[in-house]
Ligand binder design. Structure first.
Ligand code: PLP
Length: 436
């Protein structure tokens, strides 16, 4: 099929809600490590990795070769017939998760991982209410949409019962109009008032992303989670860390984002980077919590040998190539470069993130912080033209999300920064030309 046929059929046969980036959709053809090629043969440096999912490079042969071998050997038999791939992965995960999270339940997506965690928290505590955060994204099932704190992604009505939302630690746009650190992290302390005034006081769990992903890589101050988790524990709730975007070394130095905040969750949910593009979801918890689910449960494809083989290989590559360290050092180098761009381009209101999870928030005016979603789209188009793929996020789509594979080099970062610099200048010039 030609590129145009693919675009036409995409529109004709898929739900219109399956939206695409760019005025003219980019039709993908193939990819290798940090590069992706479109149907016209144009090469791109991929700094979004299929939505924060390509962790060790597209079609990394160290992963792909094992996927091919496992596919030929055994692709599926379901969890009623154990195989080596699922236990090899679960055993490895038990070694690298924080605390006593030695039990795994495998599914197919982040949405299902979160569903599993919330259901288990309810069964374990005998309680129902969940505290989530504004600007969260938790997936597309009815429950996950109800945990999501962004109207753009909440379409099914009525939502699931028993979910309340606390303010998120969005320092650039503080929901309380305060400034860190003189705020004393008031948003964290307010979680107690949320529990007291919007729940029965007997909560099942607090669920949050260590850095909010789709919300725009919103990075909390270091004290935030310590304060909130203490409150949650006082009210008898479990703490579920949604690591769908932050897991597997993305934030640098540590396997999981929550480890930076020095609290140990009762459950972790994961997906995306764990499979490097192969569908997988997973929920990790303690033997005690996992043991409170007494009935039967099955996920037909959950923990299938091919996904588990891919995930085990991803973890091996991260370990062998010291990618936790690379994500930290290259991520720091990247953030420094983004701050230099911020000094040069007024459009960049904020730079934030950790490791290879970096974002810039675009604003029309640094004093008013009025979001600049149109300029964000133009910036993405310019980057595409120059051969760089980036993502976006934020409530109104004015945050650029940057999540390259963990094995990129500083030279790749230099190329990305140079392209972004050019693209920023082009967007600013166009704004001047139209008198904006
Ligand atoms: C933090 C977070 N949780 C859950 C999900 C849902 O994952 P999935 O799309 O695999 O269902 C996402 C997806 O973007 C996510 O970013």
């Amino acid at each position: 099929m030609t590129r145009d046929e693919i675009i036409r059929k995409y529109k004709e046969y898929l739900f219109p809600s399956v939206s695409t980036y760019f005025a003219e959709p980019l039709v993908t053809d193939h990819a290798s490590m940090q590069y992706l090629w479109d149907a016209d043969g144009k090469q791109y440096l991929d700094f979004f990795g299929g939505i924060v999912t390509i962790s060790v490079g597209h079609a990394n042969p160290k992963v792909t070769d094992k996927i091919i071998a496992q596919t030929k050997r055994l692709q599926h038999a379901s969890t009623v017939l154990p195989n080596e791939a699922i236990v090899a992965l679960a055993e490895k995960i038990a070694q690298i998760t924080p605390g006593k999270l030695s039990k795994s339940y495998f599914t197919n997506s982040g949405t299902e991982a979160n569903e599993t965690a919330v259901q288990l928290a309810r069964v374990h505590t005998g309680r129902y209410e969940i505290v989530a955060l504004r600007h969260a994204y938790a997936g597309r099932s009815q429950l996950a949409q109800s945990i999501t704190g962004q109207n753009t992604w909440r379409k099914s009505l009525p939502g699931a019962f028993g979910v309340v939302h606390a303010m998120n630690p969005y320092c650039y746009r503080c929901p309380l109009g305060k400034t860190y650190p003189s705020c004393d992290v008031a948003c964290a302390n307010d979680v107690e008032a949320v529990i007291q005034t919007t729940t029965s006081g007997r909560i099942a769990a607090f669920m949050a992303e260590p850095i909010q992903g789709l919300g725009g890589f919103i990075t909390p101050p270091p004290e935030y989670f310590k304060i909130v988790v203490k409150i949650v524990k006082e009210y008898g709730g479990l703490f579920i860390a949604d690591e769908v975007q932050t897991g597997w070394g993305r934030t640098g130095k540590k396997w999981f984002g929550i480890e930076h905040w020095e609290v140990v969750p009762d459950m972790i949910t994961a997906a995306k980077s764990l499979g490097n593009g192969v569908p997988i979801g997973a929920t990790f918890t303690t033997p005690e919590i996992a043991g409170s689910f007494k009935g039967l449960q099955i996920s037909t494809f959950g923990g299938n040998p091919v996904s588990c083989t891919a995930a085990r290989a991803v973890i091996q590559v991260i370990e062998e190539e010291n990618l936790l360290e690379n994500a930290a050092t290259t991520g720091k180098y990247f953030q420094d470069g983004l701050r230099e761009l911020q000094n040069k381009h007024a459009l960049i209101g904020d730079v934030r993130g950790m490791g290879l999870m970096q974002a810039i928030e675009l604003v029309k005016d640094r004093d008013t912080k009025e979001p600049a979603p149109e300029a964000t789209n133009q910036f993405m188009e310019e980057c595409r033209r120059e051969g760089l793929l980036i993502g976006k996020g934020g409530m109104v789509g004015n945050v650029i999300r940057l999540s390259p594979p963990l094995n990129i080099s500083k030279a790749d970062v230099d190329v990305a920064l140079c392209t972004m610099d050019k693209a920023m200048a082009a967007v600013a010039n166009k704004a001047v030309a139209v008198g904006a």
